[in-house]
Design a protein around this ligand. Structure first.
Ligand code: FAD
Length: 144
């Protein structure tokens, strides 16, 4: 059986808090969302962060807002994106890519942010992201 290495764990409630922890911990810390890619990589010792910063408790990352364009939070699971009627109607490429990722179990855990930030191989979100001329927003940590 492959075991995870030891690691520290934080579960911030806001993007600001997460950004501050990541900035303070430095390159040995990594964000984790669904863990579908990162945890197997850690078991194989391909990635060995000393600290994980979970994004799962951050409600702001789970929002979908509609205006002249759509804004999708990085913490939305792939199945939450598949279930959204506006995505299906207006962004069929993204919807189809998300719907075809792996299995329902993986789509229940895996997030849009995790898919885009994989350091390996396939990401269903990337071609639709590029073709839809979308923008990614990244927080900068504010001092305490
Ligand atoms: C069996 C299997 C089949 C798969 N098939 C496909 C497929 O057909 N098509 C496809 O596109 N993908 C596929 N994938 C990949 C899958 O889409 C990703 O594993 C999933 O989307 C990652 O999301 P996560 O939330 O679990 O990320 P995690 O494993 O939590 O994180 C992945 C990486 O992203 C970083 N990260 C996560 N969230 C953020 C964030 N908000 N900001 C900054 N960095 C972040 C983490 O630090 C880590 O480096 C497959 C994976 C598996 C295991």
């Amino acid at each position: 059986m492959m075991r995870l290495p030891w690691f520290g764990f934080h579960s911030p409630k806001s993007v600001d808090e997460a950004a501050r922890i990541l900035a303070a911990e430095g390159p040995q810390a990594m964000p984790i969302a669904g863990g579908t890619d990162l945890l197997p990589n850690m078991k194989r010792r391909h990635q060995t962060p000393a600290t994980l910063v979970s994004l799962r408790q951050i409600e702001a990352l789970k929002k979908i807002s509609n205006g002249s364009h759509i804004t999708l939070g990085a913490g939305l699971t792939l199945n939450e994106i598949v279930a959204n009627a506006a995505v299906r109607e207006k962004y069929a490429g993204l919807w189809q890519a998300a719907a075809q990722v792996a299995t329902v179990h993986l789509r229940n855990m895996g997030t849009l942010g995790g898919n885009l930030c994989l350091d390996t191989r396939c990401t269903a979100g990337s071609p639709p992201r590029a073709s839809a001329a979308s923008r990614l927003r990244r927080p900068t940590p504010r001092p305490l």
